[in-house]
Structure formats: structure tokens, C-alpha cells
Design a protein around this ligand. Structure first.
Ligand code: ADP
Ligand code: ZN
Length: 730
């Protein structure tokens, strides 16, 4: 017999198993006698001295490990196999983002989904109370229980004791656990629930989307329309069609935790709430959702990026609302764009995808223009509501009073709005009180010790905080540099400072602040929305959170405190993003009968961004942007990939970046820029350098990058992060 020839009977079957860890690929394991496995099966395997979950992967085993050193699979896991389309998605994302497949698998194989379901436990009194130490607390628990059966948290709350105490009582035999029934599965939304009549434009768009769902094949449609044109209303009809077909539907929203209005609207349309999935939910809730989706018992799931990996057995429609949102880009771990991967998911499932936006990204518009995506357009606001009237306030001509940030025309407009009994909103995309604290005596700036960033003052909490690494110090009483007392002064505004100014300027007004540190979860967001809808609020002050799809019928004035804010730094999409953000914020005004007005405070009224917003002609703005990007092969007309080198010391980062730079790929249509210090040159104590690979659209950048990295061994403690289609250039 030739050496190396396999004798299957003697050696047993060998299969590749992918583990949810950053290894280069699957490992081979031997299938023990009597066990039958197929790709997708979730199994337990030994890894070093532990037992881990893994997934039997596709393709042949690697075969490089000697047969005598192969370890056997420990056994099957009590979990449904991973579907083929999810395995394909994992491989696809890993290949596209130049990540390790195991890292991607970790996102698709949430451990809670793998672990067997534990039913919630309730407690009742033991039939016969044993001899046991009886404390005051224990007596109270028995009293509270009486003859009842109570869930653990309810019992603990009612008796005012901890769950540890309950467990102690159970160990002593005083109380007995009882399995409670599991939560009811999701109810089926009713597509025939009464719905509003669609306008002619809306009906035409809805018909196209219904047809796409009926076709049961892959397609991508861009649903574009001004804010308030009824895009949501239209795509709800696509969902209804998907439900009629008895298939499942996935909707991705950029900030699902803040989307209470969306959820209420869904419930009005379909009679029941959809399943929701995002990281703020407890692991039990997520596990139930995961299980119900896998059983086909969750017809509609609305979620954040992570919902992309849910195991739908019969996905019939994928919707990505606010497709232009950068929140869809995951920046740490596996760096991927959930919008683009959602389109891939739809393709792997042969389902239609719908991208929705009032301000679509240049990427998506380019795909539509190239004929890859279909394009539907809703030209006007629903019900004859007019688009808000946008005006600029030139801060050079009408500056605010010294030490203030609201210019007189804006203050007057707000007062006039209140006088009409309507609501106003101030937008400033900056949390905290002030972005910079400096010493009036010596000029010292309060800087983060771990990052190239200033510390942001949060006055109410009496702290200075780094918004990149979270480093926090109490506001010092004196300058740490020159020791001058009471010399530190706040420079520039954040929403907290604007709130202080608004309190002084509009003493009668009822204020509400909407920022990620004041709206801390779905309930807080829902409460805020209700307070505004019920007119318990006159003035809303918020960060970019206020730009998200809110519908406040009584809101008629929006003021942007610093419309120029996003233009600094000048990255590729600074202008595009600023237009999108300000247009979205503006779109909150005048959504019902009363007309809306928008005032943008700016130092550069002549800037193309301000002019585009002023004219409302976003189409021309986009065409200009496209014309600027096309010649240089900038996205979406070329490909971009960033390499971020980081190390503990500046020297190590420089050496690694230089070595990478020397080995940079070259060729027709390929250009490598850098290395250069990253704008955030130090982040969490790590020194960062950037290289940027720009290539023509027809160049496959992933193999180039793989070869490139393979040539340059990285030193200890040096990390190279790869960002395909980068959105952030920090
Ligand atoms: P968009 O998603 O384009 O911003 P929405 O779908 O949120 O627009 O619609 C804006 C407002 O108009 C919502 O309050 C919505 O309920 C209402 N609306 C839209 N279309 C209709 C319709 N056909 N009948 C009744 N109300 C509608
Ligand atoms: Zn920091």
C-alpha cells in the first residue's frame, strides 16, 4: 500500500470543524464510531484541555495533522444544525473583510443559542418544612409565598431579599423550585389588518415591492423619497406580502433601541408587535428569539446588525431602513458593513432586499445607476405636507452674544414657535458640556492620557471624560500644569451647555434632552417620544439621535447649532455625511399640517453643503460629489481598504508601518497611500499608523491584501487591522 493512502474503515471519518475563535481555518477531528455528522452540525470538540462548541464545516478535511494525532469529536450539541446559507455567509464575510472565519462564526454562533434552553424557575414552600435556621428574611419569604407559586425575581422583590438568599433557602429545603411555562412564541402579524389607503405614488411603489416579494428571487431595490413621504408605509406593504406568502422577514434599523415609534407603528399596521433583537436585550430573550426564528415561529424580526446571522429557515424579504447610516458599519472585531452583508444574505437566500433612505449613499445610488439595483422614488411628502423651509444664519453677520451659542435670529424664531404653541428642536452633535477645557493662565489643554483627544466636560456629573476610551477624572480645582486655581475654562458647546443656555434664554419652556447618555434604553426613548407627542415638551435638545426617523407632528422649528461641525477633518465623505445628517434632522420639522422651518447656524454659508441644503437639490449635490470622486477612483467608483497598524510604542508602530509600506502591492490601477500617523495617533494607549489601498473597481483587493500581509511578519504586540470599504478614517 502506498504511504498516505486512506483506508476509511480503519481510520474513521475525519471532518473539518470550525471553532468560534480567531484561528486561520477549521481543525480536523475524527468522528467517533457510531456517530454520524454532516456539515452544519454543532458538535462539542476538545481544544487544548477544554471542550468547545464548533460547527462541522463544508469541504474536505485539511489533512495536514497526522492521523494518530487527530482527536475525536466529544459528542453532538443539543442544538439545531447551522444552516448552509449561514455557513456560506460566514465564509463570505470572512473572505470579503479579510477576517478569520472563526471570528465571523463567533457572531453567528451566539453561545446562548447553542446552550440548551433553561426554563425559568419559580418557587413554592416545601410541603413539610425541615429543621433549618430561621432568620427574619427567611420567615418573610415563606410568608410572602404562602400557598403561591412565584417567579424568582418577583419573590425576591416582594420579600425584599436577594436571589442568593433564595438559593440558600432552597439548599436548606425550605423552598422548592418549580419550572415555569416558557414565554409564549411570537404572534403572527396580520397582513389584512386595516391599513391606511396609499396615495397613488405610494401604491405604485408598493406594487413593485410586492411583485419583488412574489418573485421569490434575489433582487435589490432602492426605495428613495423625501422625509415624510411614506417610505415606511410603503415597505410595510412589502412585509404584508411576505406574510401572505407565509415567509419570514428581516428588517434592519440602525438604532433599534431607540425605535419605539417604529415598533408602535408596526403594531398598528399588523395588530401585533414584531420580534426584536439587539444587544440591549437580556441573553434569555435573545435566546428565545433565536430559537423561535429557527423554528420559523417568528415571522418578522426587526433588529440591529447582529440580526443578520439569525437562522431564518424561510427568509422572504430583507429591508434595510436608513441605509445611508454609518451605524451599520461595525468598527471593532470583524469590521463589516451590515447593509452590504444584508444584501449578501438576501442573495444567499434568494430573497429580495430593499434599501430605504431619504438621503441614499453614493454607493447605493451608483449601484442603482449601474443597473444593479432597481430604484423607486416617492417625490413628495404624504398628505400635501410641505418640505420644511431651510434658511442659513451667517454667524459672522449675526453672532450670538459673548459666551453664548444661539444667534439672535434663532432665539427669535424659537420664541415665535413657542408663541404659536408649537415645538422646537436644537441639534448639536456633541455630548457633554464642552469639548475642550483649557487653562486661562498657561494655555494647558486637558487631554486624555491614553488617546490623542481632549477630555470632554460633563458638568452635571462633575467629570472630564474621554469619548474614545472612557477615561474619566473629576474636574480638577486647579490647572494640573501651572497650578493656577479656578483657571480652567470650558471652550465650545456640547448639548449640556446648550441646555443651560436654553434654560436661561427660555425660562418658561419645558426642555427635554435626547442624547445617548440621557436616553439610556428603549423605555427611556419611548417615554421621551410620548412626552413630545403629548406636548409635554416645548424644546428638544439633542445629538444625532434626533435625526433618526422620529415623527413629531407638533414640531415645526429645527435649529442646527453648529452646522459646520461634521465638515472638519475633511474625510472622503464629510460633505456627503453632513448633508445627510442635516437633511435628516431638518426632516423632523413640519411633518403634519403646520409648515416646518429649519435654521442652520454656519460660518460658511457659501459652502457647497450649505448651498445644497438651502436649495434642497440633493440630486445635484450627489452628482457633484460623484464627479469629484470618479476621476481619482474614489469610492464608489473605486475600491478602498485601510490598514491600521497599532503598537505599544511609537517606534514599533513606525517600524511595522514602514515595513508594510515597503512591501506595498503595486500595479495597474493600484495605489497605496501612507503610512501616516492616524488622526487618532494614540488610542487606548496604542500608537496608530494608517495605510490606504486604493484600487480600480475591477481589482480584487482581498487577495492583494492577503499576499501583502503574508510577506510582512508583524512583530510582537503589533496589530494590523484591516478595514475594507472604510467609513471612518480616524
Ligand atoms: P418616511 O418613512 O418616508 O419618513 P412615513 O412612512 O413615516 O414617511 O410617513 C410620514 C407620516 O405620514 C407618518 O405619520 C405616516 O403615518 C403618514 N402617512 C404616510 N403615508 C400615509 C397614508 N397613505 N395614509 C395615512 N398616513 C400616511
Ligand atoms: Zn482616551
Amino acid at each position: 500500500m502506498e504511504q498516505g493512502e486512506l483506508v476509511p474503515e480503519a481510520r474513521g471519518q475525519v471532518v473539518p470543524v470550525l471553532l468560534p475563535y480567531p484561528f486561520a481555518g477549521p481543525f480536523d477531528y475524527r468522528v467517533p464510531a457510531g456517530m454520524v455528522v454532516a456539515p452544519g452540525d454543532i458538535v462539542m470538540v476538545p481544544l487544548n484541555r477544554r471542550i468547545e462548541y464548533g460547527v462541522v464545516w463544508d469541504g474536505p478535511p485539511d489533512g495536514t495533522v497526522g492521523d494518530n494525532r487527530l482527536r475525536p469529536i466529544s459528542g453532538p450539541a443539543e442544538a439545531a444544525p447551522m444552516r448552509q446559507d449561514i455557513r456560506q455567509l460566514v465564509d463570505w464575510i470572512a473572505a470579503y473583510t479579510v477576517s478569520l472565519p472563526g471570528e465571523v462564526l463567533a457572531m453567528a454562533l451566539r453561545v446562548p443559542a447553542v446552550q440548551p434552553e433553561t426554563a425559568p424557575v419559580g418557587w413554592r414552600r416545601a410541603e413539610a418544612l425541615p429543621e433549618a435556621r430561621m432568620t427574619e428574611q427567611r420567615r418573610r419569604v415563606l410568608e410572602v409565598l404562602g400557598e403561591r407559586l412565584l417567579a424568582g425575581p418577583a419573590l425576591a422583590a416582594e420579600a425584599g431579599v436577594s436571589s442568593t438568599l433564595l438559593r440558600g433557602m432552597a439548599d436548606a429545603g425550605l423552598i422548592v423550585p418549580v419550572q415555569l411555562a416558557v414565554a409564549p412564541p411570537f404572534r403572527r402579524p396580520d397582513p389584512e389588518h386595516p391599513r391606511p389607503e396609499l396615495s397613488e405614488d405610494q401604491e405604485a411603489a408598493a406594487a413593485e415591492l410586492r411583485a419583488a416579494v412574489q418573485a421569490r428571487g434575489f433582487s435589490v431595490t432602492l426605495l428613495e423619497g423625501v422625509t415624510g413621504s411614506g417610505k415606511t408605509e410603503v415597505y410595510l406593504e412589502a412585509i404584508a406580502e411576505c406574510l401572505r406568502q407565509g415567509r419570514q422577514c428581516l428588517i434592519l434599523l440602525p438604532e433599534i433601541a431607540l425605535s419605539s415609534q417604529w415598533l408602535e407603528r408596526f403594531e398598528r399596521r399588523f395588530g401585533v408587535a414584531p420580534a426584536v433583537l439587539h444587544s440591549d436585550l437580556g441573553s434569555r430573550t435573545r435566546r428565545i428569539t433565536w430559537r423561535e426564528v429557527a423554528r420559523g415561529a417568528a415571522p418578522v424580526v426587526v433588529g440591529a446588525r447582529s440580526a443578520l446571522f439569525l437562522p431564518f429557515p424561510d427568509l422572504g424579504l430583507v429591508i434595510i431602513d436608513e441605509e445611508h447610516e454609518t451605524a451599520f458599519k461595525q468598527e471593532d472585531g470583524v469590521v463589516y458593513h451590515a447593509r452590504d452583508m444584508a444584501v449578501v444574505r438576501a442573495r444567499l437566500c434568494s430573497a429580495p432586499a430593499v434599501l430605504v433612505s431619504a438621503t441614499p449613499s453614493l454607493e447605493t445610488v451608483a449601484n442603482a445607476e449601474a443597473g444593479r439595483y432597481r430604484r423607486l422614488h416617492l417625490p413628495s411628502r404624504f398628505g400635501g405636507a410641505s418640505l420644511p423651509d431651510i434658511a442659513l444664519i451667517d454667524l459672522r453677520q449675526t453672532p450670538p452674544e459673548r459666551g453664548k451659542f444661539l444667534a439672535p435670529p434663532l432665539v427669535d424664531a424659537i420664541n415665535a414657535t413657542f408663541a404659536r404653541g408649537e415645538q422646537a428642536m436644537l441639534f448639536l452633535n456633541r455630548r457633554g458640556y464642552a469639548p475642550l477645557t483649557l487653562c486661562r493662565t498657561c494655555g494647558h489643554r486637558m487631554q486624555c492620557p491614553n488617546c490623542t483627544a481632549w477630555l470632554v466636560e460633563h458638568r452635571a456629573r462633575r467629570i472630564l471624560q474621554c469619548h474614545h476610551c472612557g477615561h474619566t477624572i473629576p474636574i480638577p480645582p486647579e490647572c494640573p500644569e501651572c497650578k493656577a486655581p479656578h483657571s480652567l475654562t470650558a471652550v465650545g458647546p456640547g448639548v449640556e451647555r446648550i441646555t443651560e443656555e436654553a434654560r436661561a434664554t427660555f425660562p418658561e419652556a419645558r426642555l427635554l434632552v435626547m442624547a445617548s447618555d440621557t436616553l439610556t434604553g428603549p423605555q427611556a426613548a419611548a417615554d421621551a417620544a410620548h412626552a413630545i407627542e403629548d406636548r409635554q415638551v416645548d424644546l428638544i435638545i439633542g445629538t444625532q439621535i434626533v435625526a433618526k426617523g422620529w415623527h413629531f407632528p407638533h414640531l415645526t422649528l429645527v435649529g442646527a447649532v453648529d452646522a459646520d461641525l461634521g465638515l472638519a477633518g475633511g474625510d472622503l465623505r464629510a460633505a456627503e455625511r453632513t448633508v445627510q445628517l442635516l437633511h435628516q434632522v431638518a426632516g423632523r420639522a413640519g411633518r403634519a399640517d403646520a409648515p416646518g422651518r429649519v435654521l442652520l447656524q454656519t460660518f460658511s454659508p457659501e459652502h457647497k453643503v450649505m448651498q445644497a441644503l438651502l436649495s434642497g437639490d440633493l440630486e445635484s449635490f450627489r452628482e457633484n460629489e460623484a464627479a469629484e470622486r470618479r476621476p481619482g477612483n474614489w469610492p464608489p467608483y473605486g475600491r478602498l481598504a485601510a490598514l491600521v497598524v497599532s503598537a505599544d510604542s511609537a517606534e514599533a508602530a513606525d517600524i511595522a508601518a514602514r515595513d508594510l509600506g515597503r512591501a506595498a502591492p503595486a500595479g495597474e490601477g493600484i495605489l497605496v497611500l501612507g503610512p501616516a500617523p492616524a488622526p487618532l495617533a494614540i488610542l487606548r494607549g496604542r500608537h496608530r499608523r494608517r495605510l490606504l489601498l486604493k484600487a480600480r473597481r475591477d481589482v480584487a483587493v482581498q487577495p492583494l491584501i492577503r499576499d501583502w500581509l503574508a510577506q510582512v511578519p508583524t512583530g510582537r504586540g503589533v496589530k494590523v487591522e484591516i478595514d475594507i470599504d472604510p467609513v471612518s478614517f480616524l
